[in-house]
Structure formats: C-alpha cells, structure tokens
Design a protein around this ligand. Structure first.
Ligand SMILES: [Zn+2]
Length: 171
C-alpha cells in the first residue's frame, strides 16, 4: 500500500466534478489498490473521510470510517444522498484538504445513502449525526465543492490566504 498526496485548498483540481465509475472500472484490480491506498492515507492523516477528488483521482469514490478504532470502513462508489428531514444540524467540520481550520457548517441531520460497495454490490443505509455529516461533506468533494464554500467570503478568503502563505513557505 502507499500513501497518496492530498490536494490542498485552493488547488483548482479540487474543483473537478468526478465521473461515475464504469462497470469495466469496477472489475479492474487497480481499483482495489486505489481503495486500499485511500484508506491508508485517510487513517494516517488522520481523518474520518476521504474523497477520491482529494487525491487527484476524479472518480465518484469515497472512503469513510467514523469509528474510534478503524473498525467500520465504508466504501462509497457512485453514491447518491437524499435528505430525510428538514431538520438541520450545525457541526464543526474540518477537511484534510483545508488543514488546521474548523468551522461550523449546517446540513440536514438525517440522510439516506445509496451506493455500491468495493465489489460493486449496491447497498443503502440511513445515517445520522457524524456519519451523516461526513457522507455529505465527502459527496460535496465529488462535485468540486468544499466546506469552506458554506462560509462567508470573508472567512473563506482569510483561510485561502493563510494556506497560500503556508504553501509558499513549504516551497
Ligand atoms: Zn474534506
């Protein structure tokens, strides 16, 4: 397995809209390696979710594990999410592509997820709380959207400037 490079805001590649994985691609052993590498990269960061877009692989693929002990790995391929309630929940979100920044974001508190697992088998689940937030956050990535897009332009620009400065210092 290998660690993948995580793109950081404001990298324009994070704005790419990811394409669905085809039946052909689902059968390719390279996909299994990509999934394993994404889990390893996410756990090592550490994070609870990673979208393929964040590692410059623009397919509709997400890995998630909101457990404390890496015991609930979840693979989402070609996922679709539907809010199940009008109730909104505000939670502090962070992102491996926006390191060091945490801000409140408001989202539906209960959602239904439809996706394929790593072997292409369809499944559905109903998610609440942290998992619901994580699923919505990661699906946004596949559409080129970041949690900072929910913030005021002032806050977003402040974060962008700080990260750009860090990127210049790192070289
Ligand atoms: Zn993120």
């Amino acid at each position: 397995m290998a660690l993948l490079e995580i793109l950081e805001f404001p990298d324009a590649r994070l704005r790419t809209v990811a394409k669905p994985l085809t039946a052909e691609e689902l059968k390719d052993p390279a996909l299994q390696t990509q999934i394993d590498n994404m889990f390893e990269t996410m756990y090592q960061a550490p994070g609870i979710g990673l979208a393929a877009s964040q590692v410059n692989y623009h397919k509709r693929l997400v890995v998630i594990d909101v457990s404390e002990d890496k015991s609930e790995p979840l693979v989402l391929i070609n996922p679709e999410v539907t809010p199940l309630t009008d109730e909104l929940e505000s939670m502090q979100e962070g992102c491996l592509s926006v390191p060091g920044f945490y801000e409140e974001v408001v989202r539906p508190e209960r959602v239904k997820l439809k996706a394929l697992d790593r072997h292409g088998k369809p499944y559905e689940l109903i998610a609440e709380g942290l998992l619901a937030v994580c699923i919505q956050h990661e699906l946004d990535h596949l559409n080129g959207k970041l949690f900072v897009d929910y913030l005021s332009p002032l806050k977003r620009n402040r974060i962008r400037k700080k990260l750009e400065k860090q990127h210049r210092q790192v070289g």
